[in-house]
Ligand binder design. Sequence first.
Ligand SMILES: Cc1ncc(C[n+]2csc(CCOP(=O)(O)OP(=O)(O)O)c2C)c(N)n1
Length: 249
Amino acid sequence: MEKIYTRPNALNKSVSGYCPGCMHSTITKITAQVIDELGIGERTVCVLPVGCGTLGALYWNLDMVISAHGRAPAVATGVKRVSPDSVVFTYQGDGDLASIGLSEIMHAANRGENYTVLFINNSIYGMTGGQMAPTTLVGQKTTTTPGGRNPDTDGFPMKMAELIAQLTSPVYVARFAVNTPAYINKAKEGIRKAFQNQLDGKGFSLVEILSNCPTTWGMSPIDTLSYINDNTLAEFPLGVFKDREEEQS
Ligand SMILES: Cc1ncc(C[n+]2csc(CCOP(=O)(O)OP(=O)(O)O)c2C)c(N)n1
């Protein structure tokens, strides 16, 4: 019988413990598929953050380092510089990357470190129970903005892909989503490109992926997918914000 689907080697034989409907599971899977397809599982090192993404330690069959909150880019810098043949990626939430780790990511991007950043933007602090993140949408209710995010007191959502694309060093900065099968396929292509750039020694790539948090958004998983379509995509447009390859061609 022809096998048409199988668990990637880069995933452990375990059932996801992410909340039902959380798209961290899907992003974990497509990342594992890319790692398998590129044949780099044996030399890939994942630098995990603090947040729900830390659970990746249970699911990926890869070498791992878990960093302090927001510090994954600094740890990844050390790993990649002492072991340049390793393929290094960070997997960071929006609280981790855009709040406590804001300075880390900006400087790693500005140095043009030759590694891959996967930035999972679910517009909230998921693990700690749903506080406002820098990426929370205007009007979005969180435990710290029960009346909805108010720009007068809370500012506007921070667009990290656009900010980082303004720097000179990064080679690839793009935003994808995972709320439809077609978007998931496109996100997988973006992740592949971000890894390929590192393999080719080109430098820093960041892929932002718009995701959900059914538990802290207080919605059914299916409603979170519509919410992304109707609200998140209007604030965070999908696209490639920087691609050194295209600039040169
Ligand atoms: C130094 C430090 N400050 C705060 C915390 C508490 N904390 C743990 S996870 C987290 C937020 C994670 O949110 P995000 O990065 O958006 O990831 P998500 O859980 O939503 O995937 C916070 C504030 C911590 N563990 N360490």
